[in-house]
Design a protein. Structure first.
Length: 114
């Protein structure tokens, strides 16, 4: 059974940094797309950053220049380096991977205090 296990969330002051990790366990096979989404209370889930197998990335306008997505294909792991965090970045962050089917992580909370 495939599971996505996230880590790295927490409480940080505005201007600080956090690094999220998400590792796939089980026989997931070849992973095409990896991504991070987030959902704040009362809001819809939104895409934050995506990375393709070849390393092409795309970011939401709100995080461009502050967040960096990367992946380690050998470890079936995706990372999100978050710098210059703002209170509006507060949300539950979910990793997402697409292999033969899509998979979601359980979510990790990021809280940025002002």
């Amino acid at each position: 059974q495939v599971q996505l296990v996230e880590s790295g969330g927490g409480l940080v002051q505005a201007g600080g940094s956090l690094r999220l990790s998400c590792a796939a366990s089980g026989s997931i096979g070849s992973i095409n797309l990896m991504a991070w989404y987030r959902q704040a209370p009362g809001k819809q889930r939104e895409a934050v950053a995506i990375i393709t197998t070849s390393g092409i990335t795309n970011y939401a306008d709100s995080v461009k220049g502050r967040f960096t997505i990367s992946r380690d294909n050998a470890k079936n792991t995706v990372y999100l380096q978050m710098n210059s965090l703002k209170p509006e970045d507060t949300a539950a962050y979910y990793c997402y991977m697409v292999a033969l089917r899509p998979y979601w992580g359980q979510g990790t909370q990021v809280t940025v205090s002002s």
